[in-house]
Unconditional design. Sequence first.
Length: 667
Amino acid sequence: MTNGVRPWSTAGIEKKAAKGGYKKGTIEYDNFVQTNLAKAYNSFKVPTIAGYVILGGFGLLVLAVGLYRLICFLANRRRNGLPSKKTKLENVIQKSVTKKPFVGERHAQEYGKGLFTFRSPLRIHVIVLFFLFLANIIPLTAFYQILDPAKNTSWPNNRYAAQSRYFADRSSVLAVAQLPILFLLSGRNSPVVFVTGCSFNTLMLYHRWIGRLVAVLALLHGIAYTAYLVNLGKYTQYWWKYNWFPLGPVALIMFVFIIFTAHRPVIRKYAYDVFIAVHVLLVIAAIATLHWHVYLMDSASCHDFIIWIYVAIAFWAFDRAVRLLRLVLFSFDVRLKTKQRWSVGKVERFDNINVLRITVDLPAPSSALHTSVAYAGSHFYLYMPQIQALTSHPFSLVQHRITQDEQGQCKDQLVFCASIHKGITRVLNAKWQNKTLPIFLDGPYGVRHNILSFDDVFLFAAGIGITHILSLLDGVVEPNPTRSKNVHLVWCIRSIEMMAVAIEVLEDVKARLKVGEALQHVSISVFVTGQGTIPLPVLDNEKRSSPLDEKAVTPSGDMTITYAGTTLTSNDAIMAKSNNTCIHEGKEGLNSENDLFARLQRIAGSHPSSQFELTINQRRADIQQIISEQVTGQSAVFACGSDVFLDQIRNASLQVDASYFEEPFSW
Ligand SMILES: Cc1cc2nc3c(=O)[nH]c(=O)nc-3n(C[C@H](O)[C@H](O)[C@H](O)COP(=O)(O)OP(=O)(O)OC[C@H]3O[C@@H](n4cnc5c(N)ncnc54)[C@H](O)[C@@H]3O)c2cc1C
């Protein structure tokens, strides 16, 4: 469509003048060339250069963060993984920039009501966005070459028309120039995540803000162009004369609608699957319309537009291709070595709580691919084509087991726990309990925390947030530790039955703490705030003291659990009473109440080296107190749970200068 000549090329404009019958050396010729040079400069040169500056600046920022990560990684290797002492400057930066909400004390919780709710970004986000907005505002409002209106051959004596047209063109160029960034920040497999290591949550925050910026620019383009045409009295004429023209307003309406529907309280919060379907379809339609709007103009001015649109589409296609590749590698037996050709999941429900366990058997024999990729804190997207054809849902990997099939071949089994909501999890609960169905996995994703470099690790979970935290716990307790480490897990739950979700990982972690090797110490404090459907067992040795106070456990570490009026002191006795229906014991069912308490008692029972402690408290956890008393500036705090919980932990952790990391389970 275009010959690649930039609209501001003098040679191109002179050619145009000659074609238009202007004679070189005449005033008319000079005015024509000056008018077109000014137009090309004002309308295209300035915003195109600004567009490339924004793209380049973004690239440099990503590379700078990547370089910083690399330096940290190398420094960590040089220290042999030993923790580094945080400097005062690092503390100040974390406290006031990288982890501090822009307004108030809330980042996870929303401000406002109904449609007018918003989440405060962190200050670091605001700083980046400020420079991005500035990089847009400056080329929108400055660097105009003002031509004497009398000499303007395009809009003689009509400064308003000239100015509105320049502004309309600038806003359109800037909007399209940022499409590659917008699309680059939309993918799970974005190279930005790979280089910077940022969370998908952060990526989405920037994606949304840049999306809003692009929509505002498109809106400004529409308003200014309309003003320009109305001023010239050509508005109606353009609708009928140029086939590219009506596509502009159509694309604009779609962009505005995309932004409106992406606002969390509109649909995203209540029907995520509907939102995603609408979002993807609208984006495809809007980009196709925009492409034709530009393409049909058949103008040299649009050369860069088309490139930017194609680059944006390429980023999108790259993400989809990598997703597909990951999904195939994980979920299908590509080497056709086993009878089971794809991954199959079994859905079970825990007794008395709204949580499902989804156990996915991978098809191929255990390979290095499977065993090495799942890491602490990772999550997978689960596709269940029998329920939803195209959408997927993220779940944290709770456990990665190696099992043996009938032929004695080792296979990988991934365990997820999902609380029951109103969408796919409701269908799983209603129709797929104790049944199997094909479940395809796309993953693993999630921030790779350098958790092993901390010697004092605090893990905070509320409710189902334990899934992410268990994965971290699993990763931080090493089978062969080389230096001492303290790991504290604080878990707030409504009913004791919730502990069934964690029991296997806790058993596994306890078993991993070798007798006689006293380097690692794991203490777990569970806070049960409600009664649940069955009474909370009374821990005879539980004292109403500080939750992480060692006095809460008897010197030997022994615990006695009284359940349903019977004091259970011997594991054997409990096992005799229980109906032995847990899958852990190789029988049917997820957990019976008795079995849960038997297992709880077993893990609460003394560890020969007192390295493992479990206290269960029937009260609300005083997070502020726990953190101010136990957490230090050299501790790492990881949190996953409700919005209120996260904000509370972030604020308390920042007060004591701990390194803080969170997983909000939403974006
Ligand atoms: C990184 C990450 C890890 C997660 N790990 C777990 C976990 O281990 N256990 C667990 O119970 N939950 C986890 N979640 C939340 C879980 O993905 C949603 O609860 C689940 O998708 C809800 O499914 P639904 O269709 O039944 O929900 P709905 O009733 O439709 O929605 C319930 C809530 O979940 C959100 N949601 C729904 N679908 C998605 C989606 N595809 N992506 C993001 N959010 C969605 C909605 O916005 C809404 O706020 C995680 C979320 C994220 C982002």
